[in-house]
Write a protein that binds this ligand. Structure first.
Ligand SMILES: [Zn+2]
Ligand SMILES: [Zn+2]
Length: 130
């Protein structure tokens, strides 16, 4: 019985991530579920997010100096971040597989993947200079 409940919670967390093309924090998801009166603790949300990213159903994005985000887009892709409001956008450019090969061969490693983040001021933030 417990197992069913856990998997149900997991699907709810998963559906929340997939509901929008957004990069959710654990807090975002927790806040959303609360609005729909679902009694999941923040700890449960974190546990489910960990499971979902471990099993490759969502992608965990670890950013320098920022909290982790969770992405329903599991294809390799890069992100564009606004330095003011921290909104994150997926970039639709090719993933540079060759960089992994360059580093792997130079250092004799097996690089799994890499991450690139581009920073800008989004049009919204550029507009209001307050
Ligand atoms: Zn912005
Ligand atoms: Zn993304």
């Amino acid at each position: 019985m417990e197992r069913v409940r856990y998997s149900l919670q997991r699907e709810i967390v998963f559906d929340t991530i997939m509901s929008e093309r957004k990069h959710f924090t654990a807090d975002d998801i927790y806040a959303r579920l609360k609005v729909s009166h679902l009694k999941l603790s923040l700890g449960t949300v974190y546990r489910n997010l960990q499971y979902l990213s471990d099993t490759g159903r969502v992608r965990k994005i670890t950013l320098p100096n920022d909290i982790d985000r969770y992405d329903g887009n599991i294809d390799e892709h890069y992100h564009l971040i606004c330095t003011v409001c921290e909104s994150i956008t997926d970039l639709e450019i090719d993933y540079f597989n060759f960089i992994d090969e360059v580093v792997s061969s130079k250092y004799g490693l097996n690089i799994d993947n890499h991450n690139l983040v581009f920073y800008h001021k989004c049009p919204n933030c550029k507009g209001n200079k307050s």
